[in-house]
Ligand binder design. Structure first.
Ligand code: UD1
Ligand code: UDP
Length: 358
């Protein structure tokens, strides 16, 4: 098999998790170089994932930093042009739906380099989400579209994308399954926070649509105030900044607020929760894999199978709907949805088959 040079572009928390599944396997067959855009730069959003999940150190760091979506995407795009010109990869691999994803795909496509998109085809059909724009645009700039679900394959077929689509499963699921026992061995978070398994709720929230609008943020706080304690909320820095600016932090006295957790602590905390309330994409899947009921603080989701299976309920920021959802008994069945922990192998094989034809 032909070994090619692959440049993988990552920049934020969920992408580090995805790269943890793929990079090691990709390097068995190819030369992979990792470019970190710097969209996430705090140790607790970046370095901890490299350390805990054994992700290879980045070969280039672009230092993109924070900013508006347009500004940040433009900065990453401009920084990538000379890097791709220097590294001249046979394929650029991007993950998910963030500004780093779109900038990576566009910079590569403009340079005439084939683009592989992991987690292609996901759609919330809500174009007000920056992530939805990033998904659609990235998919239409991509040559190899690696899908987590059949729903994603169907979405791409309907849109008539020009690249080749492959169903590979979900690489985040690989990591969740592989690190479950390691998390239990190494993390003491449940005891450290004085929690009893299955007695507490976990919350995460960071979507612009929930935290950047003061009225929506206040609704989120009202919802959290109504939940039965104990509640643990690892707070994303975007959310903390908005809560502080709106002087809403004081109203969360009954909630255990902690900083963003490392992967192992979060996995262990999530695994033993009674339910998880979240607006995260990754966390919805992980809750499903762990058999923990999920309450999604949005009115749409890309991960529709979790809702269809009865394990996830969309409540937006409706307090009463959230309370009812938390009290639900989950279904007895939990069909396998995300590739059974072998998605990264299929990504590697699809990349090898694609690049062998170049
Ligand atoms: C980004 C992604 C989102 C993804 C999330 C994962 C986009 C449009 N959004 O959202 O899809 O779900 O990452 O967590 O790409 N900040 C820090 N330290 C950091 C990084 C950010 O304090 O290391 C603060 C800054 O104030 C920044 C804010 O968080 O302005 C938002 O960061 P940004 O990367 O723009 O978006 P996220 O909300 O993290
Ligand atoms: N996560 C974590 N610590 C936390 C919150 C989340 O390690 O405090 C992990 C979570 O297990 C999942 C990923 O971060 O693997 C999800 O990232 P995030 O919610 O930021 O992004 P999204 O998936 O919504 O794009």
């Amino acid at each position: 098999m032909n070994s090619v040079r692959i440049v993988t572009i990552v920049g934020n928390r969920p992408q580090f998790v995805k790269a943890a599944a793929v990079s090691r396997l990709l390097r068995e067959a190819h030369e992979e170089l990792l470019v970190h855009t710097g969209q996430h730069y705090d140790d607790e959003l970046s370095r901890v994932f490299f350390d805990e999940l054994g992700i290879p150190a980045p070969d280039r760091e672009l230092g993109a930093d924070s900013g508006s979506n347009t500004e940040q995407t433009a900065r990453i795009l401009a920084a990538l042009e000379p890097v791709l010109a220097e590294l001249r990869p046979g394929l650029v691999l991007v993950y998910g739906d963030t500004n780093s994803t779109l900038a990576g795909a566009l910079a590569a496509a403009q340079a005439g380099i084939p683009v592989g998109h992991v987690e292609a085809g996901m759609r919330s059909f809500d174009r007000t989400m920056p992530e939805e724009l990033n998904r659609v645009l990235t998919d239409h700039a991509s040559d190899l579209l690696l899908c987590s679900t059949q729903t994603a394959m169907d979405n791409l077929a309907r849109e008539g994308v020009s690249g080749e689509a492959r169903l590979v499963g979900d690489v985040m699921a690989d990591v969740s399954l592989a690190f479950r026992e390691i998390a239990t061995e190494r993390s003491t978070i449940v005891a450290r926070l004085g929690l009893d398994p299955r007695e507490y709720l976990v919350v995460t929230a960071h979507r612009a649509g929930n935290v950047d609008h003061p009225d929506r943020l206040e609704r989120l706080v009202c919802l959290l105030e109504a939940l039965p304690p104990p509640i643990v909320f690892p707070v994303h820095p975007r959310t903390r900044a908005r809560l502080e600016a709106a002087r809403l932090l004081d109203r969360l006295d009954a909630v255990t607020l902690v900083g963003p957790l490392g992967y192992l602590d979060f996995l262990e905390l999530a695994r033993h929760a009674r339910a998880i309330l979240t607006d995260s994409g990754g966390v919805q899947k992980e809750a499903y894999l762990l058999g923990v009921p999920c309450v999604t603080l949005r009115d749409t989701t890309e991960w529709v199978e979790t809702v269809d299976a009865g394990w996830n309920v969309l409540v937006d920021l409706d307090r009463d709907a959230a309370l009812a959802a938390v009290r639900r008994t989950p279904p007895a069945q939990r069909p396998e949805l995300y590739g059974g922990g072998h998605a990264a192998e299929r990504v590697r094989d699809a990349v090898s088959a694609y690049t062998a034809r170049l």
